[in-house]
Design a protein around this ligand. Structure first.
Ligand SMILES: C[S@@+](CC[C@H](N)C(=O)[O-])C[C@H]1O[C@@H](n2cnc3c(N)ncnc32)[C@H](O)[C@@H]1O
Length: 308
């Protein structure tokens, strides 16, 4: 495992992922019932953008940094920026936007900021050094349990939860060829254990065929509605460069799609690299049942045959 999220914290892919995470939690928290949040690939929790990793790439300047000067952004972006600013104020002096951010909250920090009394966050991280930082980040916090474990195994082990309500946030590094397959397998196990759970999988868009396989693979795991939210900062980028990013959500909460559409309009304009940038929110089609795929041609043939 070589991936270190610190190099990418706050970049355009993080922005889409974290705006969606905050929007999902906002909707889920509007119901007065306890919620379990599982963050299967948590990272270290918070990132120093002036430290060795963030300062080397400065990717955040072309991500969250471009949103900081915005006035009156749509709700989903405003809620996200509010949490980002609060986290930054807690850890470092606020300078002048867009250069002013010194610290950036990772997914477990954003989720933690939104928990109500009775909610729980369980965050898994497998890399030893990242895990040490994650554990330190939440030391003594009774609402957060950190685990140095495989996030995919955590899904199986934690569902169904006593709360009977869960958001499962899956954010793998896609370092290995079988990562998408492992994610789909684990989400499938989770869906079988808690069919009403909300499952969100992040994916990079470097080629259209792979992105489609991931979102359709997730949709095939459940009978429930499945929604994709995708941002492409340029559609004329060289193949295999990270030109887009997506989140696919099983059981998206009420009004999540509308909030993400509003947010994407703005993200395309602010984060887009050129005029080919685009944002899409759409229901992912379910595959046809196997028997329909096999039998349809035979049925058509039978119907077409002339009467004897
Ligand atoms: C994309 S980063 C997570 C970023 C974080 N979710 C955020 O939004 O702030 C992916 C993380 O998953 C960790 N990781 C890789 N494989 C894992 C696994 N099987 N289980 C748990 N963590 C894993 C990596 O060490 C890395 O820190």
């Amino acid at each position: 495992m070589n991936y270190r999220h610190g190099y990418h914290a706050g970049n355009f892919a993080d922005v889409l992922k974290h705006v969606a995470l905050v929007a999902l939690l906002t909707r889920l928290m509007s119901k007065d019932k306890p919620l379990l949040v599982l963050d299967t690939h948590a990272g270290r929790g918070g990132y120093d953008l002036t430290g060795a990793q963030g300062d080397t790439t400065k990717e955040w300047k072309r991500g969250v940094g471009l949103l900081l000067p915005m006035r009156a952004p749509p709700d989903a972006i405003a809620d996200y920026l509010d949490l980002v600013r609060r986290f930054d104020r807690k850890f470092g002096p606020m300078g002048k936007p867009p250069e002013g951010l010194s610290h950036y909250p990772g997914s477990p920090r954003l989720a933690r900021a939104m928990l109500r009394a009775g909610d729980r966050l369980v965050a898994a991280e497998l890399h030893r050094d990242e895990y040490r930082l994650l554990r330190r980040e939440f030391a003594g916090d009774p609402m957060v349990e950190t685990r140095e474990t495989d996030g995919y195994a955590l899904i199986r082990a934690s569902l169904p939860p006593p709360e009977r309500r869960a958001l499962v946030h899956v954010d793998p590094p896609y370092e290995t060829r079988d990562e998408a397959e492992r994610a789909l397998h684990a989400i499938g196990q989770g869906v079988r254990r808690l069919p009403t759970g909300v499952f969100a999988l992040w994916y990079p868009i470097k080629d259209e065929v792979a992105a489609r396989a991931i979102r359709e693979g997730v949709a095939a795991l459940s009978k429930a509605e499945t929604l994709a939210v995708e941002l492409r900062v340029a559609t004329n980028a060289p193949a295999q460069s990270l030109y887009g990013t997506g989140i696919v959500v099983i059981n998206p909460p009420w009004t999540f799609a509308e909030h993400m559409r509003e947010a994407l309009d703005v993200l395309v304009r602010t984060l887009g690299a050129n005029a080919t940038a685009r944002g899409d929110v759409f229901a992912v089609a379910k595959p046809a049942p196997v028997e329909a795929q096999v039998e349809a041609p035979q049925r058509r043939k039978r119907q077409a045959a002339p009467p004897r």
